[in-house]
Design a protein around this ligand. Sequence first.
Ligand code: KIV
Length: 283
Amino acid sequence: MSITPAAKGRITPDDIRAAKGAAPIACLTAYTTPMAKLVDRSCDVLLVGDSLGMVLHGLPSTLGVTLEMMILHGQAAARGSQRACLVVDMPFGSYEESPEQAFRNAARLMRETGCQAVKLEGGAHMAETIRFLVARGIPVMGHVGLTPQAVNTLGGYRVQGRGQAGTRVMDDALAVAEAGAFSVVLEKLPAALGRRITEALPVPTIGIGAGVDCDGQILVIDDMLGLFADFRPRFVKRYAELGGDAAQAIQAYADEVRSRAFPAPEHAFSDSPQDSKAQDSKG
Ligand code: KIV
């Protein structure tokens, strides 16, 4: 069952907050208008994640993603959606310096994309910034555990919060929620820790590799559709193999061009003005 917006229009950050303990929250990333249209039909939250740097732009990590890239893709996703709560990631370097820097860039993201909320990575050390943004009208989704923008200080993309380290992740999640985040992404944590944090937080947790007990789940769309094949994290379930299907289709096209099987007569135009097939609207 999906979330019903309290008012006409999009699901709001408040609707997401109120879904705690009710129906599980279905979230996916999308970065383009056609994908946003598909996600909007079925999901409650549409995240324009900075994962777009890796899956769309071929960057080695999310560190090279800029505010301008997030705005461009945020605008594209906004044009393709009308129901899901639209959240846009704040990219590395756009919010960590000070609450004022974060406000300036988050306000730009909201103004130029029409998104309803921003997401930023970090635990207790980002609480002051989250409080500053929320007090000034910017809903914030938090993100703790594995925070990919900190890959260089975390020493890789490994599971976070095992053993004693779980206390720090719990404290981070509590601090972010207490600062006013309307939901918190939990990335790559032991499932038992995901459950404990979900029980402790007053706002929904959105898991990605954090077990089945989170209040919602999120995946990167290119991962779950089999479009991104450079590597495959264990927490990803492939619901389709579109990359393989696309490769086969492209090979078939190239073969048919070379054998002159394409274009066939039905794809060509005659010289006759009576040729009604020449009246099609595109191309
Ligand atoms: O950038 C992203 O897509 C994300 C989600 C995977 C949570 O942060």
